[in-house]
Ligand binder design. Structure first.
Ligand SMILES: [Zn+2]
Length: 433
């Protein structure tokens, strides 16, 4: 068996891993980079107007023979661990004959979000797997395992073949709404793992403001309880755990949660995967219509969904009138600015930033909200395991080798796991297992 990490040995994002056995060649994740060669945020506009050979030559696409459209198929399958763009964002270039294996929730979330944020993911040949149900690709046996992560329905993969066991951690944590999954893995680690490909997003980073998703919910509830104006919570509509935390905090304090049509559409598309997710028809949910979302849905033949939400629609006059009892999930954009201009009196309103603070540095909106008299707070917890949880995982698995991936701190692995053999790789380097 041969392992090649085509991208991800020295960076977070752009993940692409190849495993090659006697009879199979598979790719795990085909992600969009998060940073460019100068460690600046990656601008996906760089991809536009370029053909696949040019994208490979400029190292925007990993150089994997037989993976892309327009060439002879040389890969048997692509596995996608979870619906974050740094793990699936380059699927549009995939040879459409290659099957893509992913969880039901991952597929639903990618398809729903592609309408609003088009990555044009090529999923015509999608095959969904069930967690903990092994499936085979030629001589490889793959067992997906549900993990706790800010990405929905996320998987780690146990891959067995050629007498070897490889465990790909994907992105994971143990402090989210499904934290028990990590406890279970620690209690029942996979024995005789040869290679543990372990994400290290949190190496060299401080573990963040709030320790758990529950702590995020509790802090929000405390803030909602004493507010006397509307609360805006800025978060990703794809972070389903967070949407649930906000909804629960609002419910606990007798508040109604206002979502936009984009969020309503995402949640609605996941209803078959989980019946616990807040939906637009729930009595304590209202839907605000931004013109851009209405148009996007209509342009994609989804006008019926716009109509379906009408019974929960909330108009701006109601937002103004009932502001004390409302929590609105928001995005900072011109349409939002127009809305707060309409609402006027921002005194005592809350602006809660609930995403990675790294995104905040580039934006001026903290000041802009404070200037209007809003109270600004960051309430967030990471989607990734802090160092102590990575240590617990390595101690439980006792793998023959730990292979660093999805990290900016490759050099931190050996000191973090002094008792383990760490096998660092370079992008594109082939390792015979
Ligand atoms: Zn992720």
């Amino acid at each position: 068996m041969k392992l090649t990490i085509h991208r991800g040995t020295h960076e977070i994002g752009g993940s692409c891993v190849e495993l090659c056995s006697e009879k199979a060649r598979i790719i795990i994740d085909l992600g969009m980079p998060l940073v460019d060669a100068h460690n600046e945020p990656f601008d996906s506009k760089q991809l536009e107007g370029k053909g696949i050979p040019e994208l490979i030559a400029s190292q925007l696409l990993p150089d994997v023979k037989g993976l892309y459209a327009g060439e002879e198929k040389g890969i048997d399958a692509v596995l996608i661990s979870h619906p974050h763009q740094d793990h699936y964002g380059l699927l549009r270039y995939l040879n459409p004959e290659i099957p893509v294996y992913l969880s039901k929730g991952c597929l639903a979330l990618i398809q729903a979000s592609d309408i609003f944020i088009p990555t044009k993911a090529n999923l015509r040949n999608a095959a969904t797997f069930e967690m903990w149900q092994p499936f085979t690709i030629a001589d490889l046996v793959i067992t997906p395992q549900l993990v706790d992560h800010s990405g929905f329905d996320a998987a780690a993969f146990l891959i067995e073949g050629d007498g070897k066991k490889i465990f790909y951690s994907g992105d994971f944590r143990g402090h989210g709404r499904k934290g028990k999954l990590l406890d279970n893995v620690l209690k029942h680690p996979i024995e005789d793992t040869d290679y543990l490909l372990l994400e290290g997003s949190m190496l060299g980073r401080d573990s963040g403001l709030y320790p758990t998703e529950q702590a995020v919910e509790d802090k929000m509830a405390t803030m909602f309880k004493s507010k006397n104006n509307i609360a805006f919570v800025f978060c990703s509509s794809q972070n389903i755990d967070r949407l649930v935390s906000i909804y629960r905090a609002a419910k606990r304090t007798g508040q109604t949660t206002v979502i936009d049509l984009y969020t309503a559409y995402i949640l609605n598309n996941l209803r078959d995967v989980s019946n616990k997710l807040p939906q637009h028809w729930w009595s304590d949910i209202r839907v605000f219509y931004f013109h851009g979302h209405v148009k996007t849905l209509q342009d994609n033949g989804l006008g019926s969904f716009v109509k379906e939400c009408l019974s929960s629609r909330i108009y701006k006059e109601e937002l103004s009138r009932d502001r004390k009892s409302l929590v609105m999930i928001a995005k900072y954009n011109p349409a939002f600015t127009r809305l707060i201009n309409y609402l006027g009196d921002s005194d005592g309103a809350l602006g809660i930033y609930s995403m990675w603070e790294g995104y905040l540095e580039k934006k001026d909106f903290r000041k802009s909200l404070q200037r209007r008299g809003m109270e600004f707070q960051t309430i967030h917890t990471s989607g990734h395991a802090p160092e102590q949880d990575l240590k617990r995982l390595v101690a439980a698995f006792k793998p023959r080798y730990v292979v660093p991936i999805h990290t900016f701190h490759l050099q931190g692995y050996q000191s973090l796991f002094p008792d383990a053999k760490v096998r660092p790789l370079n992008d594109g380097e082939e390792l015979i297992l």
